[in-house]
Design a protein around this ligand. Structure first.
Ligand SMILES: Cc1cc2nc3c(=O)[nH]c(=O)nc-3n(C[C@H](O)[C@H](O)[C@H](O)COP(=O)(O)O)c2cc1C
Length: 325
């Protein structure tokens, strides 16, 4: 039996599988089932900044794309701030594994004071799903990045629990963004967030959500960025998006992730599928003659120079193959 222990956000996890923030993780029975199935930690479904502001009587005039999209998943917006605190408390009472809260935010006003209640309720950490995305032609990319840094810095100053930041793929430099967040105290990053996609249905003349769930090839872009970041920065990374198999989970560890956050596979196969994944992860490690995760973590990206060279070569090879038809 390989030792699957790993570290994330300052906690020792019994294995690298985390239940990602999603609507499964807003129900206490699911959370108990997740723990019984061997899942090592859970991230509660996100509480939206707008909801906190609303409960505090602050009118928000910001358009929030994700709030709208999750709102389509009807129950999401009925998730009040007070209920959220109750869920954190209940989860902490019933579970032995770490429970991380999650806030989906776009700025650092008002809601950060409330974050204190999340800490007081016993959350073991807070994941910030910062979804401040550039839409306007005059947006200066540096200003957008500064906003992320400002939010993390302010939250860090307010709270004592560890903070992770869930980042989407839309940055000119993901490694630089992560470095700046680490410099202001982020304890971990979750790479890469997956935004819901909307499509215009011209027959119905309305926008409709598509692809709630990830495809199993989406992890490869994530693996690439996990490797690039982990080879240069000493920060815990949870890989997310498109990890559907034990082999892909092991690949994330080789790339330097210390854990993997899963949602889609649990919607499709049930939380109990974690048992199967853990069994297979163990089998793969045994076949590789690895007695623990320590033996493989980051092994694929020992040398950053190698990654740079490999990226170029792979790209050229790919173009050659494509042109050969
Ligand atoms: C139905 C559903 C609800 C989700 N809700 C949240 C959320 O509240 N907060 C969040 O940060 N991510 C949310 N996500 C994103 C997941 O946490 C995860 O990052 C994403 O689905 C990629 O992982 P996967 O490929 O395993 O699904 C949600 C995903 C799904 C499918």
């Amino acid at each position: 039996m390989a030792d699957l222990k790993t570290f994330y956000m300052g906690y020792e996890l019994k294995n690298p599988i985390i239940l990602s923030s999603c609507s499964l993780s807003k129900n206490i029975d699911n959370l108990c089932q997740a723990e019984d199935s061997g899942i090592a930690a859970i991230v509660l479904a996100s509480l939206f900044e707008e909801v906190i502001k609303n409960e505090l009587g602050v009118v928000s005039d910001t358009f929030h794309p994700e709030a709208y999209e999750y709102g389509v998943d009807s129950s999401m917006l009925s998730y009040g701030a007070t209920k959220y605190i109750d869920l954190v408390k209940e989860a902490k009472k019933r579970l032995n594994i770490p429970v991380f809260a999650s806030v989906n935010c776009i700025d650092s006003e008002v809601w950060i004071d409330f974050a204190r209640s999340i800490e007081d309720a016993g959350a073991d950490g807070l994941e910030l799903n910062i979804s401040y995305i550039s839409f306007q032609v005059d947006d200066n990319p540096r200003d957008i990045e500064d906003k992320y840094v400002e939010i993390v810095e302010k939250v860090k100053n307010k709270l004592n629990i560890p903070i992770s930041v869930k980042l989407g793929p839309y940055f000119t430099s993901i490694p630089n963004m992560v470095k700046r967040l680490k410099d202001v105290g982020a304890d971990a990053v979750v790479l890469l967030n997956r935004y819901y996609q909307m499509n215009y249905d011209f027959i119905e003349d309305k926008y409709v959500p598509i692809n709630y769930f990830s495809g199993d090839k989406e992890c490869y872009n994530v693996l690439r960025w996990v490797g690039i970041v982990s080879s240069q920065l000493d920060i815990d990374i949870a890989a997310t998006t498109g990890f559907h198999t034990a082999k892909q989970i092991v690949e994330a560890l080789y790339m330097g992730a210390s854990s993997v956050q899963l949602a889609t596979i649990f919607y499709k196969k049930g939380l109990v599928y974690a048992k199967e994944l853990l069994k297979e992860v163990n089998e793969i490690l045994e076949k590789q003659n690895c007695s623990s995760i320590k033996d493989i973590k980051g092994k694929a990206v020992d040398s950053f120079e190698e990654i740079k060279a490999l990226e170029r070569v792979q790209y050229m090879e790919y173009l050659n193959k494509a042109s050969e038809g």
